[in-house]
Design a protein around this ligand. Structure first.
Ligand SMILES: [Zn+2]
Length: 111
C-alpha cells in the first residue's frame, strides 16, 4: 500500500504554544531546583539526632535556616540549618532573642 495523503503527518506551521511552553518549563526548572535544595538541606551546626537545638528535647524537628530572607538560599548551601521542634521553630520566627542567638552561633561557625 502506498501512502498518498501526507496531510495527517505533515504540519508546516510551528506550534503556537511553543513559547508559552518554554517559559513554563523554565519556571518549573527553577522551582524544582529550589525544591531539590530544600530536600538536600544539611546542617554543619548540629547532628540530626531528633533533638531540638534550642530546648534540647527529643521531639519531631523541622529544619530551620539560620538566616532568612535573601540569605535563606545561602543558609541551605552552607549547611546553616537548625533542627527545631515546632514550639521553638514558632518562637524563632517571632522571638528576637532566639533569632539573634541562632544568628550568632551560625556566624561563629562560618568564621
Ligand atoms: Zn525546642
Amino acid at each position: 500500500m502506498i501512502v498518498t495523503d501526507l496531510s495527517n503527518s505533515f504540519n508546516p506551521y510551528p506550534k503556537p504554544t511553543k513559547k508559552v511552553k518554554k517559559e513554563t518549563t523554565k519556571i518549573k526548572q527553577k522551582s524544582n531546583k529550589l525544591a531539590k535544595k530544600e530536600r538536600d538541606r544539611f546542617s554543619i551546626l548540629q547532628e540530626e539526632n531528633g533533638k531540638c537545638f534550642v530546648c534540647g528535647k527529643q521531639k519531631k524537628t523541622d529544619k530551620h535556616e539560620a538566616f532568612g530572607g535573601s540569605n535563606r538560599q545561602k543558609s541551605m548551601e552552607w549547611g546553616l540549618i537548625y533542627y527545631l521542634c515546632r514550639t521553638c521553630h514558632n518562637k524563632a520566627d517571632v522571638d528576637e532573642v532566639i533569632r539573634k542567638m541562632l544568628h550568632d552561633f551560625a556566624k561563629r561557625e562560618i568564621h
